[in-house]
Write a protein that binds this ligand. Structure first.
Ligand SMILES: *Cc1c(COP(=O)(O)O)cnc(C)c1O
Length: 459
């Protein structure tokens, strides 16, 4: 056993992990990486099939990002944004405003997706106080939503397994149905239902809009719910209704931002201009923690006034606007421009779709969902009757462990096998990775398999 594995097992507590299980099994230690491959302490190479949990964009050790960080190191690594500005944070704010949907003109920095959402919630809440509508205090969020792990973001979350235990600590949002056709509880035939889920939202707004500050949504893809995808037009309808009923729309693009869906931001697919947008994960190309909450002049201006009016937004973090992270983010955006990344995605997305059409035909694959290079493959014990595998069987975890034998690292959410490769993956690499997934699903779901005693992996 490598020394690092010993020390890990003795001292480290891992996220979303049953540690009793973790310490009892051999674990892999990553020592290095290159391109879309991770290299472990034995020198074995693996495809990074989930972009190191949805953050990596252009591969690892991308020369331009490495150099940008090194160059910034030669100037200054960190200074506070309380009372001081810095060069990379100013430059990055201008560029983020330049690529964001129109109207988002102001950038509030923080450190990760959870803090970006926390900022949006507090900002939206305070905004209505300043506007003289102090009753607008509630939030609408989607069932199955995931917006982070802090107490505020867990409050607007909707994943029972993660959130149930914290219930007494949380504020209560108004939940609306997740707009996921495969799991729809509202309509018999989602193809012709006229979006009943949007009709439910309108009922909620009619009833509650005077108490509601904002609606928060993961646009197009509810990622941590298992890549649940909304039907075309749903997001635009949400924008229409939130405007009609005077509710702020918060688009949480922490997972979907920076090209994952085939466009820079998911909101672009339906020409939606939210009032706030939260960004993190891909913002630095997957190099460093950084997040941003973008908002409109209208929201920003509501906080202006003489300091004695106490309209200041009293929120900030020690590492807000960190210059090293901002330098990485600037290099990330430069690569998007210079290598025409978004344009280059079409053949990759099409190649994934080709391979997925075959996977969809497998006996134990109930549903295949794809949005750009975000893919969820949902396993079912009985496909025709939509009967899932027993949770304890950990079928999704079984498939992912099998894939590791073929040098692909992926991670499931329950029985949804997630595939979210770096955008820099080539067509050939995408096909190779999906071939491995197909083979692994076949082997694990073959007759007689009864689970490998694994822990179910839920995120
Ligand atoms: C990952 C994620 C978050 C939380 O981001 P962290 O950086 O893990 O705190 C928030 N919203 C969405 C949609 C996410 O996918």
């Amino acid at each position: 056993m490598h020394e690092a594995e010993l020390k890990d097992k003795q001292y480290v507590w891992h996220p979303f992990t049953q540690m009793q299980d973790w310490v009892s099994r051999p674990q892999q230690v990553i020592a290095a990486a290159k391109g879309i491959k991770l290299i472990d302490t034995d020198g074995n190479e693996f495809f990074d099939g989930v972009s190191s949990l949805w953050v990596n964009i252009h591969g690892h050790r991308k020369a331009e990002i490495d150099e940008a960080i090194i160059e910034q190191l030669g100037k200054v690594s960190h200074t506070t944004m309380l009372g001081l500005a810095n060069i990379p944070a100013s430059e990055l704010a201008e560029q983020l405003v330049g690529i964001a949907p129109p109207g988002l003109n102001k950038v509030f920095y923080s450190d990760d997706g959870s803090t970006a959402v926390e900022v949006a919630l507090k900002m939206a809440f305070q905004y209505w106080q300043h506007l003289g509508k102090p009753n607008k205090q509630k939030f609408i969020s989607l069932e199955q939503a995931y917006h982070g792990d802090t107490v505020g973001t867990v409050s607007v979350g909707g994943i029972d397994l993660f959130h149930r235990v914290f219930k007494p600590l949380l504020f209560t949002p108004v939940h609306i149905p997740a707009p996921s056709c495969y799991h729809c509880q509202l309509a018999v035939d989602p193809a012709v239902c006229g979006m009943k889920c949007a009709a439910v939202l309108e009922q909620v707004l009619v009833e509650h809009h005077e108490q509601v500050a904002g609606l928060i949504i993961e646009p197009l893809v509810q990622a941590a719910a298992g890549m649940l995808m909304s039907p075309p037009g749903y997001l635009a309808k949400v924008r229409e209704l939130t405007r009609k009923y005077d509710i702020l729309l918060i688009a949480d693009e922490v997972a979907t931002g920076f090209g994952r869906t085939g466009k820079m931001f998911a909101c672009e697919h339906e020409a939606v201009q939210p009032d706030m947008m939260t960004l993190s994960k891909g913002i630095t190309g997957g190099y460093m923690p950084l997040a941003a909450t973008l908002t409109t002049d209208e929201v920003y201006n509501a906080f202006l006034g003489d300091y004695t009016a106490k309209k200041t937004f009293y929120h900030g973090h020690s590492y807000t606007g960190n210059p090293l992270a901002c330098a990485a983010a600037l290099a990330n955006l430069k690569i998007f421009r210079e290598e025409n990344i978004i344009k280059g995605l079409s053949p990759k997305i099409a190649a994934a779709a080709d391979s997925l059409a075959e996977i969809a035909n497998l006996e134990h694959v109930g549903d295949v969902r794809q949005c750009g290079l975000i893919v969820g493959i949902e396993l079912m014990q009985d496909k025709s009757r939509k009967i899932p595998y027993p949770w304890e069987l950990a079928a999704g975890a079984g498939v992912c462990l099998q894939a590791r034998k073929y040098e692909l690292i992926i991670r499931p959410i329950g029985d949804v096998v997630i595939f979210m490769p770096p955008l820099s993956s080539t067509v050939t690499e995408i096909k190779t990775m999906l071939d491995i997934i197909k083979r692994s699903i076949n082997e694990v779901t073959a007759a007689g398999w009864s689970g490998g005693g694994l822990q179910p992996t839920d995120l």
